[in-house]
Design a protein around this ligand. Structure first.
Ligand code: FAD
Ligand code: UDP
Length: 373
């Protein structure tokens, strides 16, 4: 039987592709073919129950947080939530200390008894004046000084990105605030929660529409010739779409090592970061995050790698300049929409990708709306 004509082909079934598939199918009544070269939908947020019965994330810990009521409400159509505020400890000088750096971090690291007000002056006495804050080193050194930068940021960043923080855009370490109070939450967003049954279950509800056909294990470059569609949304790496015409955009990769231990609990927080030594950057223990009760516990170790699946765009000047070239190719590609972390080369969190996809849907609707005469 020959293939039907689809209104839309969407390449990539992560947040970007799935949100657009859902909106186009349910709001605009369009016929959508959603493909992914992996054997599952959900993109990097994919989670699954492992052979021991514990819900884990295949591509590392994904913690949902947003300040946008609209984005939270939109996703709430497809999931109930398990309230969760992420906490992270960093192993520094033999202690497990709160990161972002806060009052307890400093008091415990230096055996002090500072108050919040005193800590403001303490940071100020160590901070180095920097005229123009450009790099990921500048951001931290200008706030808390070189010693804390070296203990908490330099080693972790070199490991994670394969370059020194002085070569990375300020936006990378600026993701981590510095606090003077005792707030030890990793994120300060208004909405923080995990999909109650997991991300994959949430995606399944999002994609359950007669108007959506899903084909997995299918790479865009292997799309059979008889598949016909009117418009294209591409959420994979933008340089790959253009056959690396201007050279490869650098992405950082990770190797995930998943382990299950025959103990109920391994570490005191959802994630422990390792800024000193160790080849891995962090260990995550899922039961803290999902609230699952189980006699065993599952962990993921993240080992940064230069090659492999593209997980992180690398924010720095040279890469931004190279991306600009692809951005102008993308702007000239009629009838093709580029959306998501890889296609727009942006170090976006899940909520930002959802926001970008919803905004793209509004632009598509505006463009396709019948003209008023
Ligand atoms: P992706 O999820 O990468 O989806 C793109 C999909 O396109 C992939 O499934 C891929 O297989 C498919 N694809 C690509 N090219 C092709 C092709 N040619 N043919 C067919 N299919 C193709 N965000 C948070 O908000 N909180 C977190 O705690 C968090 N933790 C993270 C931890 C790690 C280790 C990583 C890597 C990311 C984390 N993120 C987190 C970011 C989050 O993963 C992304 O914001 C989000 O998943 C991006 O969605 P996307 O649809 O743009 O891309
Ligand atoms: N970072 C660090 N030490 C830490 C935590 C973060 O140096 O203990 C830096 C590092 O460069 C990291 C960046 O801050 O890549 C952003 O951290 P985040 O936890 O947001 O990274 P992600 O979850 O996106 O991997």
């Amino acid at each position: 039987m020959s293939e039907p004509m689809y209104d839309w082909l969407i390449v990539g079934a992560g947040f970007a592709g799935s949100v657009l598939a859902e909106r186009l199918a349910n709001e605009a009544g369009q016929k959508v073919l959603l493909i992914d070269r992996r054997d599952h939908f959900g993109g990097n947020a994919y989670d699954f129950v492992n052979e021991d019965g514990i819900l884990i994330h295949r591509y590392g810990p994904h913690i949902f947080h947003t300040n946008s009521a609209d984005i939270f409400e939109y996703l709430s159509r497809f999931t109930e939530w398990h309230p969760y505020e992420h906490r992270v400890l960093a192993q520094v000088d033999g202690q497990l200390l709160p990161i972002p750096i806060n009052l307890d971090t400093i008091n415990r690291l230096y055996d002090l008894n500072l108050t919040e007000d005193e800590l403001v002056d303490w940071y100020a006495s160590r901070a180095e004046p920097i005229d123009e804050i450009r790099t990921s080193e500048d951001v931290v050194v200008a706030k808390v000084g070189r010693e804390l930068y070296e203990k908490f940021f330099r080693g972790y960043t070199r490991k994670q990105w394969g370059v020194d923080p002085s070569e990375l855009d300020r936006s990378v370490t600026a993701r981590i605030p510095t606090r003077t109070n005792r707030d030890d939450r990793y994120f300060a967003d208004k909405f923080q929660a995990m999909p109650r049954l997991g991300y994959t279950a949430m995606f399944a509800r999002m994609l359950a529409s007669e108007n959506i056909t899903i084909k997995l294990n299918l790479d865009f470059s292997d799309l059979p010739a008889d598949v016909r569609y009117r418009h294209l949304i591409f959420t994979g790496p933008v340089d790959e779409y253009f056959k690396f015409e201007h050279g490869r955009l650098p992405y950082r990769s990770l190797r995930f090592v998943h382990k299950t231990l025959d103990v109920a609990n391994y570490q005191p927080a959802g994630t422990v970061n390792y800024p000193q030594g160790e080849d891995y950057t962090r260990i995550t223990e899922y039961k803290h995050i999902t609230g699952q009760v189980h006699p065993k516990t599952s962990l993921t170790y993240e080992y940064p790698e230069a090659s492999g699946d593209p997980y992180y765009p690398i924010p720095c000047e040279a890469n931004a300049a190279l991306y600009k070239k692809y951005e102008s190719l993308a702007a000239g590609a009629d009838g093709v929409w580029f959306v998501g972390r890889l296609a727009t080369y942006r170090y976006y969190n899940m909520d930002q990708v959802v926001g970008q996809a919803l905004a793209t849907f509004r632009r598509i609707q505006a463009q396709h709306a019948p003209r008023q005469t």
